[in-house]
Design a protein around this ligand. Structure first.
Ligand code: HEM
Length: 229
């Protein structure tokens, strides 16, 4: 009988394993951010008069949810930098044309996805670009204009007779429409995995089946065995 070596247990370099790719905190911030953005969109568009909800109630819920979201974003930014996860968002543009081609027509013809998720790189180039745009442009436009809006009673007198308030309202509303478009496209994209619910299930359980290098498999088996199924 031949002895079973560690290498046999780890499989070939690049062989697929079911691994926890989204930690508990990552899933927590993703879903709480999603819930808060939905509440903010609903109450914000009610304040704007597009959804029938009493103004005072809508404005109050909007303010509390906004403060919660800003706190979540601040903490999550800290988490991204302390864990090094911010690197996941640096777009690797070389693979972008292939990904765009896939979403433009390959997906309709049943072509395989040109990108394979890895432990180091959980997002494809298009996702990284979209999330970067979300974090660098839409998010800051929302929270900065939102905070200025929130503190309006403090500067109302100075701004009286100027276009300051309409400008703040315009920036906030424009960013609100952009984030709504982002959310709609994001939800559509989540349905384009192996099955329509594959990506959603991954973000709920944290586990996905991805190729691991021998070094990654050995590291996980030794240091974080709970992440391997
Ligand atoms: C991130 C932090 C945010 C802060 C601090 C914030 C704050 C505010 C404030 C103070 C108002 C004015 C409410 C009033 O008239 O009493 C407002 C309005 C509004 N907010 Fe936000 N908000 C934030 C995020 C969002 C998000 C994520 C959305 C998503 C769609 C959103 C959509 C809106 C809309 C549509 C309005 C109405 C704008 C108008 O008609 O002028 N807000 N927000």
């Amino acid at each position: 009988m031949t002895a079973v070596t560690t290498n046999d247990l780890l499989g070939q370099d690049g062989s697929k394993r079911t691994v926890m790719i989204y930690s508990r905190y990552e899933r927590f911030w993703h879903w709480s951010q999603a819930a808060l953005i939905l509440i903010l969109a609903f109450t914000g568009f009610a304040v704007h008069g597009l959804i029938p909800l009493p103004y005072r109630t809508a404005a109050q819920i909007h303010s509390y949810a906004a403060i919660a979201l800003i706190a979540l974003w601040a903490f999550t930014t800290f988490w991204h930098f302390t864990t090094g996860q911010w690197r996941q968002y640096l777009p690797k543009l070389a693979s972008l044309p292939a990904i765009l081609k896939f979403y433009a027509w390959g997906i309709l013809a049943g072509a395989p996805h040109p990108y394979t998720k890895t432990l180091k790189r959980k997002q494809n180039a298009l996702q990284s670009l979209a999330y970067l745009w979300f974090m660098v442009i839409i998010g800051p436009a929302l929270w900065s204009s939102g905070i200025v809006y929130l503190t309006y009673p403090l500067w109302a007198k100075i701004a009286a007779g100027t276009i300051a308030l309409p400008v703040v309202a315009f920036v906030h509303l424009a960013a609100a429409y952009l984030i709504t478009i982002f959310v709609i496209i994001h939800i559509y994209m989540t349905t384009t995995g192996k099955t329509p619910l594959h990506y959603v299930r991954t973000m709920i359980t944290g586990y996905d089946t991805i190729p691991l290098s021998k070094a990654e498999a050995a590291y996980l088996a030794e240091d974080e065995p709970g992440r391997l199924k």
